[in-house]
Ligand binder design. Structure first.
Ligand SMILES: Cc1cc2nc3c(=O)[nH]c(=O)nc-3n(C[C@H](O)[C@H](O)[C@H](O)COP(=O)(O)OP(=O)(O)OC[C@H]3O[C@@H](n4cnc5c(N)ncnc54)[C@H](O)[C@@H]3O)c2cc1C
Length: 465
């Protein structure tokens, strides 16, 4: 059976506590809508899970009814894996609790929580775990793919801080995976994506952070982009572990801290965040602007939660988004030339390139300790992004992203990538992202926990054999 009758849905409704939305129901559109406006898929039904038991019932129902399962954590993934046509969408938005164990520095987090839920609850105690940089991103998808953000130089990826997870398996069993229980599954969850089941709880190690952090912002106009990127290539790797940066090729936002005459000007942005003593951060800011005077700069102390929300408005739900990622070992002269050439070719001012610096704690983790495929040598994880509320502009700008990505390939670490940036499913790139050994190990674990590939609406790793 691949279609669902109202009698089928009544059966599902009777077995779960959460609401079940059929296409004719008032709540259906809201429940199926995800962050990227480009994705407009219509599942046969959406179940709003309120507990692990609801998830077990929903998985059992979908399997019996022959419906493809999609799982929505925060619904942020640009590829839209969280929703499919004609299947059963398991929406975890209501599973967003966060319990903080201050004494043991641990947080237990629901599988549908957002980073804002996690950061808000942990920062109330001056604690945090590494996450991403937009607070309306889902904790689940971000974690299962790796998770990189402001704290990654200091404390590693999100998965490097994962200590356990409760997961609903394809056969309906509920297990706890950790270093000591289902260790193979725990290894696979740390980078293997949503392939192994529905995670209903994540447990993280927490670290003292902030609550106030130091933020510096620098901007150089497009005419000096080569100079600015060359300077950043030399300076950024020398910054201590308790600092982190984002480099952006973008247009200056019309924000209060940007002088009005520079609003929308294209150029190079550096955001430099310090988690250590403010005087150290001030010295680092002086070091940067001393080497190349910026067009404008701005520095301020800020709560860590505000830092995490800094880009929320610019990346609000409902925009058309397309992205590709690539990993660059360094900003060589040739790489800088490619970026500078493409900066002027953007069709719309909201398209941008973001560089995440990955080294220190990121690189201290042993290569095979987790399933995360993108390897641990120091690098820039580079995200090429077209984002706009206008569909026509999105279609033309997608070409800009693709052309830039193609021109970067001779200098990148390979066609593989951080799987959370993988918008279009491409089996060859998935294999390249993990490398043959990790991929084979993941496929073997998949064969044990999900031999029929029930969880396949994701960056899929089919079961071995
Ligand atoms: C604007 C923007 C900014 C971003 N910034 C960052 C960043 O700073 N750092 C970073 O590392 N990444 C970043 N990302 C990428 C982000 O990590 C991924 O998009 C991630 O998939 C989002 O997780 P989600 O739960 O919101 O996604 P969803 O769309 O809900 O799900 C993504 C995938 O995970 C699976 N999944 C979701 N929840 C579960 C669960 N509970 N159990 C099992 N499988 C599940 C889904 O089935 C799907 O395959 C960003 C993305 C965007 C669009």
């Amino acid at each position: 059976m691949t279609t669902t009758s109202s009698a089928d849905l009544d059966q599902l409704r009777s077995s779960v506590k959460g609401e079940v939305h059929a296409p004719s129901d008032a709540g259906y559109d809201e429940a199926r809508t995800i962050w990227n406006a480009q994705i407009d898929r219509r599942p046969a039904a959406v179940v709003m899970a309120t507990s692990t038991e609801d998830v077990v019932a929903a998985v059992g129902f979908a399997r019996a009814a022959g419906l493809e399962i999609s799982v929505r954590g925060g619904g942020h993934n640009t590829g839209g894996y969280a929703v499919g046509d004609d299947g059963l969408m398991i929406n975890l938005a209501l599973l967003n609790s966060v319990e903080v164990d201050v004494e043991n520095k641990r947080a237990k987090v629901g599988g549908g929580a957002l980073l804002s839920d996690l950061d808000g609850a942990t920062q109330a105690h001056g604690l945090a775990t590494p996450g991403g940089m937009i607070s309306h991103t889902g904790v689940a998808g971000l974690t299962l793919g790796g998770g990189m953000g402001w704290l990654t130089r200091l404390h590693g990826l999100t998965i490097d801080n994962l200590t356990g997870a409760e997961i609903v398996l394809a056969d309906g069993r509920v297990v706890w995976a950790s270093e000591n229980e289902h260790a193979d599954l725990f290894w696979a969850l740390r980078g293997g994506g949503g392939n192994f089941g529905v995670v209903t709880t994540f447990e993280y190690a927490l670290h003292p952070v902030g609550p106030m952090v130091s933020v510096g912002l620098f901007f150089w106009e497009a005419e000096r982009a080569t100079e600015a990127l060359t300077m950043l290539r030399d300076q950024v790797p020398t910054l201590p572990q308790d600092s982190n940066v984002i480099i952006g090729l973008l247009n200056a936002p019309p924000a209060p801290f940007v002088p009005a005459e520079h609003h929308f000007k294209p150029g190079v942005l550096l955001v430099l965040v310090g988690f250590g003593p403010p005087e150290d951060h001030a010295a680092q800011c002086g070091q940067i602007s001393g080497v190349l005077t910026p067009l404008f700069e701005f520095a301020t102390p800020m709560p860590y939660v505000a830092l995490q929300q800094l880009q929320d408005e610019a990346t609000a739900h409902g925009q058309f988004n397309y992205e590709k990622g690539t990993q660059l070992p360094e900003l060589s002269d040739a790489v800088i030339e490619v970026f500078v050439n493409h900066l002027g070719r953007r069709g719309i001012p909201t398209s941008q390139v973001l560089f995440y610096r990955l080294d220190h704690a990121y690189s201290a983790v042993e290569e095979n300790a987790t399933a995360y495929g993108a390897t641990r040598t120091p690098r820039y994880a580079t995200m090429l992004v077209a984002m706009t509320p206008d569909l026509a502009a999105w279609e033309s700008e997608r070409e800009w992203v693709r052309n830039l990505w193609t021109d970067l390939q001779p200098y990148s670490l390979g066609i593989g990538d951080y799987i959370n940036n993988m918008v279009e499913f491409d089996a060859e790139r998935v294999l390249a992202s993990y490398g043959p050994e990790k991929y084979a190990r993941l496929a073997g674990i998949k064969a044990v926990y999900d031999p029929q590939n029930v969880f396949r609406r994701n960056v899929n790793i089919p079961p071995a054999g």
